[in-house]
Design a protein around this ligand. Structure first.
Ligand code: GRF
Length: 203
């Protein structure tokens, strides 16, 4: 499955996908990794794996619309069947989201619909949650609100701070994101025409 991965930061989820591609467990062809930040460590991960690593800096564009138009043009150079958002810290325009309708996944570090947006780990602690986690979802215009595909749960421990909790959640992210991407690659997961995910979970 031809894939383009969008990142803004460390890229540990990207690394999980790269590892799956390299060890043959994940039938994807990561054609490019694109970052809006030149200093994202995930770009280094891409280069080390011999993947195309591209930067498109949002500061070079006058508007969100102009950036997203250029971003879509860059992505489409690689003709991906799936766009994977892996810590891409940008709000996307409706036109961009519509262009990739049913072809774009995101991973969000909370048990959606709880804690959309930023600082999810601290907010989960502050809310006294006993469980927290991560959600893979199709991207729609509804920020962090698209149809959920897969969730992983972790306990919130009394001694947790945002960093220890984030680390526990990330370990699960690295399992569930390749799993969901693999389902798309195998043709087992789609976004149905009614806007709900269709998963064929037969072995
Ligand atoms: C992850 O927690 C992901 O859920 C969120 O951003 C973080 C990215 O981490 N969207 P990394 O860059 O993959 O290490």
């Amino acid at each position: 499955l031809p894939v383009v991965v969008l990142i803004s930061g460390g890229g540990s989820n990207l690394q999980a996908l790269i590892d799956g591609q390299l060890d043959g467990s994940l039938p994807v062809d990561i054609r490019a990794v694109i970052s809006n930040r030149a200093d994202a460590f995930g770009l280094e991960r891409a280069r080390r794996a011999g993947l195309a690593a591209r930067v498109l800096n949002h500061r070079d564009f006058v508007s969100r619309e102009a950036y997203d138009t250029a971003l879509a043009a860059l992505i489409d150079e690689y003709a991906p069947q799936l766009v994977v958002l892996a810590g891409f810290m940008r709000i996307l325009t409706p036109a961009f989201v519509t262009h990739y309708q049913g072809r774009m996944l995101n991973i969000h570090p909370s048990l959606l619909p709880k804690f959309r947006g930023l600082h999810t780990h601290q907010r989960a602690i502050d809310a006294g949650e006993q469980e927290h986690g991560a959600t893979v979802h199709f991207v729609t215009e509804d920020l962090d609100g698209g149809p959920a595909v897969l969730q992983a749960r972790v306990p919130v421990l009394p001694e947790d701070d945002a960093d220890t909790l984030a680390a526990r959640v990330l370990q699960k992210e690295h399992l569930i994101y390749p799993l969901a991407v693999g389902w798309v690659a195998e043709g087992r997961l789609k976004l149905g025409s009614d806007g709900r995910p269709l998963l064929d979970a037969s072995p």
